[in-house]
Write a protein that binds this ligand. Structure first.
Ligand SMILES: [Mn+2]
Length: 307
């Protein structure tokens, strides 16, 4: 099977088969015992050993065409088949905004089923718990349009699945990958693993899903998004040191060229979709060897591909 076949399926899939796919992925995510020798899972924190290739994809927001472009250009479907240590990380925000949210969700879930040990699905603020879900949230309406009266049941299953998505990916002494930003009061990796369990009593999950870095802010200020915070470079330096990582890789913000670097090279933002309602010229993704050690996001630029 190739990725193009999954994309074709996503367009003609019926509600029952979509539901089955979502149920199977939920079961896989619910397994307490992971996964393969390169990956361990603690709570909802995925730890990757510094081996093999990683492809990192930012926000897709219903843009099936961009996902198809990325899989075609990178050849990563074949890479994952040939090399079982190759990991594909999605930074979250699968639905909403774009017009093919159901098809995009189906394609991502099918990738997870095809490579359950290698595809890692992070949670974005568009997969948040209902008390801090992003708006507008078009996914349920698009599901209803595609699946008619069964759209509600499909959405319910997806909500269940969203609650099983991972909070963060960690590569010791190298990277922390999250959807939005750093929780500004984080004291341990365990708090990343437990962030969803601690919600809403602690803000860790809200901050992981909603925060943005800011060059001007000193410390922490409320975010204009209405949830989460803007955090400054001293916060970034401190939290990365706390968890022993050099570079934060995150999505969440649309950027003109598909990527941007903040806080003296400590943060890389990837945005992987194109087209309305955003005005970015390019989408971008990152493909790199986890074995190589980098201190600064500027060193990752040769491994960022734009389209
Ligand atoms: Mn987001």
């Amino acid at each position: 099977m190739a990725f193009s076949k999954i994309v074709q399926e996503s367009k003609v899939i019926n509600a029952d088969d979509f539901l089955k796919t979502a149920e199977k992925v939920t079961e896989i995510l619910d397994r307490k015992k992971p996964v393969n020798q390169n990956i361990t899972v603690t709570g909802k924190l995925v730890k990757l050993k510094p081996v093999g290739e990683a492809l990192v994809i930012g926000d897709l927001h219903g843009d099936l065409k961009s996902l198809n472009t990325i899989m075609g250009k990178s050849g990563f479907f074949e890479t994952m088949k040939a090399d079982r240590s190759a990991a594909l990380v999605f930074l979250g925000d699968y639905g909403d905004r774009g017009v093919q949210s159901p098809e995009l969700c189906y394609s991502v879930l099918s990738l997870k089923l095809a490579f359950p040990e290698q595809v890692i699905l992070l949670r974005g603020n568009h997969e948040a718990p209902s008390d801090m879900m992003a708006y507008p949230h078009d996914l349920p309406f698009q599901l209803q349009r595609k699946f008619k009266q069964k759209g509600g049941a499909v959405y319910q299953q997806l909500q269940e699945l969203f609650s099983h998505l991972y909070n963060a990916v960690y590569v010791e002494n190298r990277y922390l990958m999250v959807h939005g930003g750093l929780p500004t009061k984080l004291e341990s990796l365990q708090e990343l693993a437990d962030a969803d369990q601690l919600h809403p009593h602690k803000a860790f999950l809200e901050e992981l899903l909603w925060n943005d870095p800011d060059e001007q802010v000193k410390g922490v200020v409320s975010s204009p998004r209405g949830a989460g915070y803007l955090f400054g470079k001293t916060v970034t330096a401190k939290i990365l040191q706390t968890v022993n990582a050099k570079i934060l890789i995150r999505g969440h913000e649309s950027t003109r060229n598909g990527f941007k670097i903040n806080h003296n090279g400590k943060i890389l933002t990837l945005f992987s979709r194109k087209g309305p309602p955003y005005f970015n010229r390019n989408g971008a993704y990152l493909e790199l060897s986890l074995k190589q050690k980098f201190e600064n996001a500027n060193q990752l630029v040769p491994f960022i591909h734009t389209f």
